[in-house]
Design a protein around this ligand. Structure first.
Ligand SMILES: Nc1ncnc2c1ncn2[C@@H]1O[C@H](COP(=O)(O)OP(=O)(O)OP(=O)(O)O)[C@@H](O)[C@H]1O
Length: 348
């Protein structure tokens, strides 16, 4: 019933575009505040370019300053969708209104004024994970903690709501970090919700290719369906990128050779020597199973979460007894993605 109501609210959002400041006496409005375009213009200094903090697939994200419920000014992130982003706007508002989890970014409000489709979120002061991976400043333990946080968020999406939610574009640019460097999932514009009466793992069909290329699994491309195992594959890719510093992001099929070298050879120099071999073994086994070509062979994200916590505790144990010296990894892990089975002509 709750989700039906939300669905109806969202279709109202799409169809009623002529009124300038229409009120929605609906659940969505109860759940998140509706801002006027004037409020948003004021908050972003009229969409000042200098306030741009990120670019989405169909949107620009600004740092803004808003007043809410009479409280003093506070900082928010304001996503302004372009004309192609209407569907993403509706999708994101519908999903985020339902989500309440410390590992998912919070939606504060929205503005739906004629062609202007805008969402307002809590501001994540440390930006997206990709920036921090590029800078190479994160310790190995922090990386592990971030991966655990991401697994918790995904676990909630897959199992915590009445209908499973599949993120579909999980990657370092859709993982944001708060003041304490804790991760939150963002970028729900193309996420997909399973149908209400379906078992959580059942496949659903979608009619478009989603996701960033490097994090896209073969399942969808082969049979046009999405399951939770899609996100698990993306999570495996994320683990790879977290240790290899952006090396695999947006990998193209022609660059697949880099996966033919052992992962240990591509480790970010910052964390080389810092990873305890026992911890690494757990981590790398998980990565390999997540990236399994066969979706049924991949673990659930709940299993991943538990294993990552186990890996972290192994690292902590090892650090107690080995506080000064560097670790050496003797393993040589080759990841096989089965990418040779792609027919790029058909896909792109
Ligand atoms: N709440 C936020 N706080 C801080 N920065 C943010 C926030 N939301 C988004 N950003 C910045 O904007 C970038 C793009 O946002 P996001 O990941 O939501 O885009 P997207 O999902 O690709 O967008 P779209 O909805 O257009 O498909 C992020 O990588 C990040 O740098």
């Amino acid at each position: 019933m709750f989700l039906n109501c939300l669905g109806m609210c969202c279709s109202k959002l799409t169809t009623n575009t002529n009124s300038s400041q229409r009120r929605f006496p609906t659940l969505i409005e109860e759940l998140c505040h509706q801002y006027s375009l004037t409020d948003i213009r004021k908050a972003t200094n009229n969409f000042d370019q200098k306030r741009v903090i990120g670019n989405g697939l169909f949107s620009k994200v600004y740092k803004g300053c808003l007043q809410h419920d009479g409280a003093s000014d506070y900082t928010v992130a304001i996503k302004r969708f372009d004309n192609q982003g209407r569907e993403a706007f509706n999708n994101e508002i519908e999903l985020l209104c339902q989500l309440r989890h410390p590992r998912c970014v919070s939606l504060i409000g929205f503005c739906n004024h004629q062609n202007e489709k805008i969402l307002v979120y809590e501001y994540m002061s440390n930006g997206s994970l990709d920036k921090h991976l590029q800078d190479g400043e994160l310790s190995w333990k922090k990386r592990l903690e971030i991966c655990i946080g991401v697994a918790r968020g995904l676990h909630y999406l897959h199992t915590g709501a009445k209908r499973s939610i599949f993120h579909c574009i999980l990657g370092p640019s859709t993982i944001l970090l708060d003041d304490h460097m804790e991760p939150k999932l963002a970028g729900f514009g193309v996420s997909v919700q399973g149908s209400r009466f379906m078992p959580k793992q059942k496949q659903i069909s979608v009619d478009r290719v989603l996701g960033t290329w490097g994090y896209t699994t073969t399942d969808y491309v082969m049979d046009g369906t999405i399951t939770a195992k899609w996100d698990v594959f993306s999570f495996g890719f994320l683990l790879l990128e977290v240790v290899c510093r952006g090396m695999f992001y947006l990998i193209s099929l022609t660059e697949k050779e880099c996966l033919e070298n052992p992962v240990e050879e591509g480790l970010d120099p910052i964390i080389k020597g810092k990873i305890a071999p026992d911890c690494w073994q757990v981590f790398v086994d998980m990565m390999v199973t997540c990236l399994n070509y066969e979706p049924d062979e991949r673990p659930t994200i709940g299993e991943e979460e538990v294993q990552l916590e186990h890996a972290l505790s192994m690292q902590e144990q090892a650090d107690i007894t080995n506080s000064n010296s560097e670790y050496t990894l003797l393993s040589k892990t080759i990841i096989s993605l089965g990418v040779k089975q792609f027919d790029t002509e058909k896909i792109l």
